[in-house]
Design a protein around this ligand. Sequence first.
Ligand code: MOS
Length: 750
Amino acid sequence: MQFSAQSNADKPTNSAIGKPMDRTDGRLKVTGAARYAAEFPMKNLAHAVVVRSTIARGRIQSIDTSAAEKSPGVLAVITHLNAPKLATTDPPEVSDRYIKVIPVLQNDRINHYGQHVGLVVAETFEQAEYAATLVRVAYTQERPVLEFAANLDRAYAPERINAGYPTDTQQGDLEQGLSAADVRIDVTYTTPIEHNNPIEPHATIAVWEGDRLTLYNSTQHVDANQTSVASTLRIPKQNVRVVCPYVGGGFGSKVPTREHVILAAIAAKQIGRPVKVVLSRAQMFTCVGHRPHSQQRLRLGAKRDGRLTAFAHESIMETAVFDEFAEQNGVMSRIMYECPNSLVTHRIVPLNLDRSMIMRAPGEAPGSFALESAMDELAYALKIDPIELRVRNEPPRDPESGLPWSSRSLVQCFREGAKRFGWEKRLAEPGSMREGRYLTGYGVASASFPARLRPSSAIVRVLPDGRVQVHTGATDLGTGTYTVLTQVAADALGVPPERVQVEIGDSNFPPTPASGGSFGAASFCTAVQEACIAVRQRLAALARDDANSPLRGANQEAIAAADGRLFTKGQPARGESYVAIMQRHNLAQGVEVRVDSKPDDAAQKFSMHAFGAHFAQVLVDPNTGVIKIPRFLCVIAAGRILNPKTARSQIVGGVVWGISMALHEETLLDARYGNYINGNLGEYHVSVNADIPDIDTVFIEENDPHVNPLGIKGIGEIGIVGAAAAVANAIYHATGKRIRDLPITPDKLL
Ligand code: MOS
């Protein structure tokens, strides 16, 4: 997928970074020209539909596929009885859950409602969908374990929680800290199951050419797809190609490779034709992961002046019986506030549900609801302003590791936010403010997210005509990857953004980490910048050593780049264009450099996080309990902002999720059968336009020389972190009612 940037940057081209440049892929997307996984035209394409289990636990006794097989257009019906044998154990070197094997349809065991039990392949989608209804499965049922609240006594400590964090941490003596406190709170919060609902459903087209497989797959990580699929099918990694130029959202659900990708591959092999599988909205509720239930107990103790003496955050959540996973609910609590005596633990309860898995800000999203609500409760108990309470507990260094912050601008975010939001108009007493017939209230909460960097690779090429090509395996979830890579390359090479072509989303390009964990932009951009600098240095070296170049003899450090040419600093006329240098050296292919970028050891020396502050105002109708949010402000300090336009969209999107989490989202389980009652986007409530105000987003300038050479911290997830707590805290301020169980629906206020 190639295109040129359409820049609205009107400043000098050597500072493309920091401009609110329009998305380079925007036109393609709004005109429908951007090609998503299910849209690749394919000759002789067959369509497949998955068949799902209708019980939550047991075994398949028998499957009758005869009617389905005789149905018009049907090409194959694949079940565990005729599926090819796949790898069921991981290669020994595999530690990362995202590159594990995916042994689907390998036995008769049912672990959850909606589990894949078969695949029907037909000439048309409609034929496949109809024939799928004709597959008759008989089960031997076992009693499923379904209810979270009723099974808390089965909770156990997993070895690790998500992202490799330790399960339990402890400092000082909690009991001593609690008895030393003047004020204590002991409160428990619960959050429901929530489901990722990206606009583009999961979709795959599998095509075999001989022993080579190409997958057009909607994914956040082509490289991990390639590894998982190759090891599951027991074929060499280089025989699998994954193509994904555009992704219509994923929110974590498209980081792991899903079972239907393997099903598409084995079906395509079996019938010798390309096969497409697109999951329906209902299917997306049972096979691509969800955020688990949580119960979180917070115990806080503080002196009268607000200083914490004790802090405990104990989380229990549910996990699938067949795939252990624990969100890192307490990791934010480990670093937010100064406290000598602390305890943070995570426990899990195995249930017969579909996988609980990463969903935007896994851990931090539910964890921050509990943490930031509890801090608010403590502020009221102490009669200290909630912002002031946070400021008084600001840690000078990372309380967990003892490392200095690479930068931490939380207090600045609160100060700036308070000014803009008019926080001083808030009357301290809950239930004391009115706007017309509504009760109104203000709430705040802190946000934080780790600023991570992962190894990433890229190829950058300056073509003989001066255009720049960037190739990297990265994906663009709709976040702006194409655009920020264009800006970084334009900046590093000193070329106009219009001259940069970025191609991503193909495992044939150099590997990158996932678009996930908020480390995508930092990791991809670091590699691309490094490659651009290397190309530029190579061209500069050619000129410097060339008697015919105006730059002969010039020091590398004295050479600058802008408008596609190199020149000496302070003497812009002394220079020449990239095109001229390449022409004189007969570089008909241009100049190309591949870089495999690795984070340096800064990670060992600093604690690196983005921080932010949320401000919410709510209006609550005292008669109906209906909640409206007239104003929301989010102030973020996340290092250097590559593009304020795409960055703002990330924060706004995160805040919308946070509001949605606070007021609407909840997947309801039918505890008799293990199915979800509202397991479709029609019944699963999410905030819509009418629920969301014009969200004000502010970025605090932050110069962080430690996080990475570009000084950028991720912003994909921090917007949701704390946003639900800010809403809940505003509701308490408006009504005096503390709702500790999400979502806060009107009935809970009456
Ligand atoms: Mo995010 S849940 O790491 O895509």
